[in-house]
Design a binder for this molecule. Structure first.
Ligand code: UDP
Length: 475
């Protein structure tokens, strides 16, 4: 009967580790609800696969996966931004998505809701044609979503580059932002795409946001007011979705090294799956870490002098080359015993929750931030691209769990700044205060996810809507 039929939710993750991983966790959460099943749709482009395989292997059988075929984007200019490339893939794969959704609608389970992530709102038009309620999953925070939603208005009412706007941008409930924290370069094709994307968001029945009340209380309250007035679809603060640490028997070398370090003594350094430093910045960071005398574990990428997210597209060099070869001469030898440099990738969730880790130099990617909170580890904010400057501002000025070292005029964070920040976070008063904040946030986060917690209730609310929609189509 219709009442016993499962509620089937289709989720879609655009390319990129920071999208695929939280959407996989969202799928896990969906099928924890009685009577729910999920299909997770991914793209072939930019998904080398190995970084996700463990996560996908661990998904319950009630989560099916579907892969859209590869599309060509070879005609895009070589210097296209990550957003431009990702969105091109999403748009060009829409015919494949339409076929897939059609076949799922025709199957016995039907589709109660379709939830693509933030770079995929074009897919909402396809869902609407097929009569499927569409939602957007935002793997970042509500302030970032609020700024994106505000972009069409800024676009309409201003003509200069946002960084030249004289006044602070004050969005309801958000930390005041500088124009420089937002999109730059109106002439870049990525700009028009983001404006379009923001307009399409209004087609959504709601936003599922990977955030939680204690992190963004004011923003959540202000957004509710706007959506009650019909300005925006409602936002559900259902997060955080964090990858569970895997009990992988083959322990990564970095974890074995951490086992030999004292409690809370190691500064973990990682700029996410895409974050990339210039050659000069790499040596300044190395020199600063060394001078600080702090223990460190650094996930090193190949340097790039013209792209802060080169690693996202595999900024790698020839076979057999390692980014460790690009560290300053003698650095690894001089820091042996107190520091470890790991090439390209390390099991971050496991590292952050290791007792030896006491601080985190982070690019402020939202998943990394949530993982730091879940481990109660304070950070040194080192934003590089996307919404990371906003996140840095929120974390240092509002949440209080981060120190944000100043960059020089040319954007370089000098060795002296690194040395001071590293010492302060690990041994200074500000570090103590930031650690306390991070631990308080962890506690609040856990309360939010517990029965009767705000995140749990927000999720039950949206799941209830999906269930009703599923029964509705069956009736
Ligand atoms: N990550 C990891 N090991 C690494 C680099 C990244 O496990 O060496 C994971 C990290 O735990 C997080 C995700 O990759 O879950 C990165 O997402 P985030 O939003 O922080 O940054 P992005 O990579 O999207 O810039």
């Amino acid at each position: 009967s219709a009442a016993e039929r499962s509620t089937h939710v289709v989720l879609m993750a655009c390319p990129g580790t920071g999208h695929v991983l939280p959407v996989a966790e969202l799928a896990r959460r969906v099928v924890e609800v009685d009577g729910f099943t999920a299909t997770l749709v991914r793209f072939t482009n930019f998904s080398s696969g190995d970084q996700y395989s463990a996560t996908f292997a661990s998904l319950p059988p009630s989560v099916s996966t579907a892969l859209l075929p590869e599309v060509s984007i070879e005609d895009l200019p070589a210097d296209s931004r990550a957003e431009t490339r990702i969105i091109a893939v999403v748009k060009r794969a829409l015919p494949h998505l339409r076929d897939l959704l059609q076949s799922l609608v025709d199957a016995p389970a039907g589709v109660a809701a379709f939830v693509p992530d933030l770079f995929c709102p074009w897919a909402l038009e396809v869902a609407a044609e097929l009569g499927i309620p569409g939602y957007i999953f935002c793997p970042s925070n509500l302030m970032a979503l609020s700024t994106v939603l505000h972009t069409p208005e800024l676009d309409r009412t201003t003509t200069c580059e946002f960084r030249d706007l004289p006044d602070l941008i004050r969005l309801p409930g958000c930390v005041p932002l500088h124009g420089a924290d937002l999109l730059d370069d109106r002439a870049n094709p990525a700009y028009a795409l983001i404006v379009d994307l923001a307009k399409l968001y209004l087609l959504a029945q709601g936003f599922l946001v990977n955030t939680f009340d204690a992190m963004e209380h004011e923003t959540i309250v202000a957004f509710k007011d706007l959506s009650d007035k019909g300005v925006y679809p409602p936002a559900y603060a259902v997060g955080p979705f964090i990858r569970a640490s895997s009990d992988n028997s083959s322990k990564h070398s970095s974890l074995r090294w951490l086992d030999d370090q004292p409690d809370g003594s190691v500064l973990y350094v990682c700029f996410g799956s895409g974050g990339t430093l210039s050659t000069e910045q790499t040596s300044e960071l190395a020199a600063g870490l060394e001078a600080s005398g702090q223990r460190f574990l650094w996930v090193v990428q190949f340097p790039s002098d013209n792209d802060k997210c080169a690693s996202f597209f595999g900024g790698g060099r020839g076979d057999g080359d390692s980014p460790i070869n690009y560290l300053p001469e003698g650095f690894t030898e001089r820091t042996e015993g107190t520091g470890l440099a790991v090439p390209l990738w390390a099991p971050q969730v496991e590292i952050l929750s290791h007792r030896a880790v006491g601080g985190f130099v982070s690019h402020c990617g939202w998943n990394s931030t949530l993982e730091a909170v879940a481990a109660g580890v304070p950070t040194i904010a080192w934003p590089l691209y996307a919404e990371q400057r906003m996140n840095a501002k929120m974390l240092s000025e509002r949440a209080g769990m981060s120190l944000w070292p100043k960059a020089r005029e040319d954007g370089i964070v000098t060795r002296d700044e690194v040395e001071t920040a590293a010492r302060e976070l690990m041994t200074g008063k500000k570090g103590v205060a930031a650690r306390k904040k991070a631990r308080e946030l962890r506690e609040e986060m856990e309360k939010g996810l517990a029965p009767e917690g705000a995140s749990r209730k927000a999720f039950e609310d949206v799941a209830g809507r999906w269930k009703a929609a599923g029964n509705g189509t069956a009736a």
